[in-house]
Structure formats: structure tokens, C-alpha cells
Design a protein around this ligand. Structure first.
Ligand code: IPM
Ligand code: MN
Length: 347
């Protein structure tokens, strides 16, 4: 008997609905071939939810997410939500006790890419750091943000990074590439916060003597990623640095149209494309659904459905390489629905 899963879906705002609908159709097509089946539990969150209910993350949404086998998220327009409207993305990340956002980047045949060699994964802490949302005005003309770094969250994130490195080792060794974790910091300036972060990274590195470990200043790391992207394997970073470096990695590989991510915790996990709500094309049915479909493949992998995950990934990459049914960002003129149909047909 194939497995059946309960997935909580938060379409969110902008193109979030369109792209999550595409990913759902792809996953629903798996059961016809004897693969897993899914029950979808749609839940509100985001700016639209704030406008309707004056809060952007209803308690019931988080309850449903916690009760589900996994969570698939579209995109949320957090910029439009005033401070009193809550922080839906942060709320989900904290509420599901996410240890890290795992964001892989590699070049894909058929997509113009500044780097053919890039094959890395950014493991980014997502609950604290510079994005802890502890801000206050210091008088009328100065504002202050607190950069919070805790040992617990740093250890949790570092463990996920080393687990990623271990999981990637065999495939990389087959290509003659090293297994390496690069912890990113600015400890010369942020002596206490990054000092503590690096202490935690070092402690986890000591548990993994078989994995190469190095540290890099964030600015030097950004430059080196552009100059020699192929040398990076796992990049381990605090929240804001990881936000920026994961977009650099995505830009060097495929752009955000294909960038997928998994937010992993010890009890729960949720999955979201790296891109945002794309308000300029929202509602037109032309958004590239690939990032969300590949995100859904990461969700399958997490659920233990490796075969199904591989089928979905191969189908997406096959459609892109064939080049006949592509959305506008990939140089084609297909709708999101047509590209999704092509992926399903390729499976
Ligand atoms: C991301 C996004 C979010 C983040 C924003 C929308 C708050 O940029 O997931 O990378 O930085 O956490
Ligand atoms: Mn980002």
C-alpha cells in the first residue's frame, strides 16, 4: 500500500496560490503511478489574512500545521503587514521550531547560469539573529535592532548543516568534490554574537571529524562565491547573512524561479520556494511553478518518499532542458498550468 499524507498548505499572498496549486497537482498525480497520496488542508496566513481578520497568522493555522505530516507554503507579503499585524513567516518558523532553512543551489541544463560549477547548500538560521524583530526607537532620530544569537539555535542550525554535508558526501565524492562546511561570520565586529555562533559551530564540527570545517567572513565569502562558486559545499550562516548568501547562490545557479527550500526542525518541517509574492505578475497565471514543485520534491524527500521525489525532480529538469513548455522568466511563453501539465506528462 502506498503511503498517504496530510499536508497543510498556506498559499499566502501574490503568486503563492498559483504556484502551490501547481505543486499540489503534480503531487496528486503520483498516486496514479502507485505513489503516495495526499490530503490537503488549506490554511490562511499572510497579508490577505491580515486584511480580512486583522491578524496575519491565525492560531488555527499553526495548530493545523503542527498536526499535519508536513507544511507547504507559497509566499507571504510581509512588507505590507504593519507591526501590530504579526509576523506570519517568523510565526510559522518559531511555531514549528524550525532549526534551519536549507537552500540548495546548482546549475540546471537549459537555464542560463552565471556558474556551471555551483553546487552548494546554504543552511540558514531563521528564528533569530538580525531578523529577531527586536527593534525600538532610541529617541526620534535613531532606531535600534537587536541581533540575538543563542547557543541553542546556533547548535541546532549547525547540526542541520553537518547532517546536510554528511548526506551530500557520497554524491560529491563520486564527482571528486570535497565535503565541507563553511561557517559564515563577521566576528571581528560582532565579537559576542558571532563569537558565540562560531563556538557552537566549532562544537558541532568537533563531533564530525570526517567533515572539513572552515570559517569565512561574510564579505569575503560573498566575493569568493562569485569568483569561485564551485568550491563551496555547505554554507552555514546566521539569519540575515544566510538570507543574502542564499540569494547570491540562487542567482549564480538558476535565479529564484527554481530555488527551493526546506525549513527543518526536530518535530516539524515546512517547505517554501525562496522567491516572494511577485505582485507584478500575481493572478495572471504565468508564474514559474518550478521552484514550488521542486520544493514539494524536497518535502517528499523529507517524508521518506525518495523515489517520488526523484521522479518529480527529473520531470521538472526534463521539461526545462527540453525547452518547449517554459514560463516567460525561462524564455518561453507558457502559462503556469501548461508548464505543470508538461511536468506531469514527463513523470
Ligand atoms: C526569505 C525571505 C524572507 C526572509 C522575508 C520575506 C521575511 O526573504 O525567506 O528569504 O528573509 O526570511
Ligand atoms: Mn530572502
Amino acid at each position: 500500500m502506498a503511503n498517504s499524507y496530510r499536508i497543510c498548505v498556506m498559499p499566502g499572498d501574490g503568486i503563492g496560490r498559483e504556484v502551490t496549486d501547481c505543486a499540489r497537482r503534480v503531487l496528486d498525480s503520483l498516486s496514479a503511478g502507485g505513489g503516495p497520496s495526499f490530503t490537503w488542508e488549506e490554511q490562511p496566513a499572510g497579508h490577505g489574512t491580515f486584511l480580512e481578520t486583522s491578524h496575519s497568522l491565525p492560531g488555527a493555522t499553526l495548530d493545523t500545521a503542527r498536526a499535519a505530516d508536513a507544511v507547504l507554503l507559497g509566499a507571504m507579503d510581509v512588507e505590507q503587514i504593519p507591526p501590530h499585524g504579526g509576523d506570519p513567516l517568523g510565526g510559522v518558523r518559531k511555531g514549528l521550531e524550525v532549526g534551519a532553512s536549507v537552500r540548495p543551489s546548482r546549475a540546471v541544463a537549459g537555464v542560463d547560469s552565471p556558474s556551471a560549477d555551483i553546487d552548494c547548500v546554504v543552511v540558514r538560521e531563521v528564528t533569530e539573529g538580525m531578523y529577531a524583530r527586536i527593534e525600538h526607537m532610541a529617541g526620534d532620530d535613531a532606531a535600534c535592532a537587536v541581533r540575538l544569537v543563542t547557543r541553542e539555535a546556533s547548535l541546532r542550525c549547525a547540526r542541520i548543516a553537518f547532517a546536510q554535508a554528511a548526506a551530500r558526501r557520497d554524491a560529491r565524492a563520486a564527482d571528486g568534490k570535497p565535503t565541507r562546511v563553511t561557517a559564515v561570520h563577521k566576528v571581528g565586529v560582532l565579537k559576542l554574537t558571532d563569537g558565540l555562533f562560531l563556538e557552537a559551530c566549532r562544537a558541532v564540527a568537533d563531533d564530525h571529524p570526517d567533515i572539513e570545517y572552515e570559517t569565512a567572513n561574510v564579505d569575503a565569502c560573498a566575493m569568493e562565491m562569485v569568483r569561485d562558486p564551485g568550491r563551496f559545499d555547505v554554507i552555514l550562516a546566521t539569519n540575515a547573512f544566510g538570507d543574502i548568501l542564499s540569494d547570491i547562490a540562487a542567482g549564480l545557479a538558476t535565479g529564484l524561479g527554481l530555488a527551493a527550500s526546506a525549513c527543518i526542525g526536530e518535530r516539524w518541517a515546512y517547505f517554501e520556494p525562496v522567491h516572494g509574492t511577485a505582485p507584478d505578475i500575481a493572478g495572471k497565471g504565468i508564474a514559474n511553478p518550478s521552484a514550488t514543485i521542486l520544493t514539494a520534491a524536497m518535502m517528499l524527500q523529507h517524508l521518506g518518499e525518495s523515489d517520488a521525489a526523484a521522479r518529480v525532480e527529473r520531470a521538472v529538469y526534463g521539461v526545462i532542458e527540453a525547452g518547449d513548455v517554459l514560463t516567460a522568466d525561462l524564455g518561453g511563453s507558457a502559462t503556469s498550468a501548461a508548464m505543470t501539465d508538461a511536468v506531469i506528462a514527463a513523470m
